[in-house]
Design a protein around this ligand. Structure first.
Ligand SMILES: *Cc1c(COP(=O)(O)O)cnc(C)c1O
Length: 223
């Protein structure tokens, strides 16, 4: 299937999942994850009119997207991978949304950089719902304190919460937990669900889903 056919298929599945849980599909944003995808496929998605993309590395995203900015002014680029503090400047310059706010130092550095560049990017706090040692994200018990710091002290605009459930567990529990934490803080937006589980995520309240292979096909790790 072509990328535009994949996009249509995903959008249909999104609409069905939204219907099924009495939600409006207009409240669910498809972030097409373009990391490690050949340029021709990305161009196909752009030609099909898609404008929201996710990337997990700053440098890779720069080579792929910086030159396209002028041509696609309505592009929305989401950073969905871990951000090192020394890349914050480049990330603020390139991206529109930071989905992986995961520690105090980064919150401070991002706030300073946004101030400097005059760009207030909405951020999602990444929550380590599975409390996995190897995974980034704020531990569930620390989310409220971290929100107070990032929003209250640093002045960041926190749009919502994001999670990546453990690969070996049923994701539904994690999606439900993320929604619970978000509601406790009065946050409306939830970034959760990938190619394999976005329908479940929509049923549990996702407003942003991040779909890579489902849109573009398998990634090419030699890229
Ligand atoms: C790569 C990636 C995705 C997309 O995964 P697919 O299974 O290809 O849909 C979603 N979220 C994050 C954080 C990713 O790194």
């Amino acid at each position: 299937m072509s990328v535009s056919e994949n996009l249509q298929a995903i959008e249909k599945q999104m609409a069905e999942a939204a219907d099924f849980s009495a939600r409006d599909v207009a409240d669910v944003n498809l972030v097409a994850v373009s990391k490690k995808q050949p340029d021709a496929r990305i161009q196909e998605a752009l030609d099909a009119g898609h404008r929201q993309y996710g990337e997990n590395r700053v440098q890779e995203a720069q080579t792929r997207w910086a030159h396209r900015r002028a041509q696609y002014p309505d592009l929305r680029l989401h950073l969905i991978g871990p951000l090192q503090s020394n890349k914050a400047k480049d990330a603020v310059a390139l991206f529109d949304v930071i989905e992986t706010l995961d520690r105090e130092k980064l919150a401070r550095v991002l706030a300073d950089e946004m101030e400097k560049q005059g760009r207030q990017l909405p951020c999602f706090i990444q929550v380590n719902t599975g409390e996995e040692d190897q995974k980034a994200g704020i531990a569930p018990r620390d989310v409220a304190d971290f929100y107070a710091y990032a929003h209250g002290e640093c002045g960041l605009h926190i749009q919502g919460l994001m999670c990546i459930p453990p690969v070996d567990e049923s994701p539904g529990v994690h999606f439900a937990l993320l929604r619970k934490y978000a509601h406790a803080l009065g946050l409306d937006d939830l970034s959760m669900g990938m190619s394999g589980d976005f329908e479940k995520a929509i049923a549990l309240g996702a407003t942003y889903i991040r779909v890579g292979t489902g849109v573009f096909g398998e990634r090419d790790y030699d890229l």
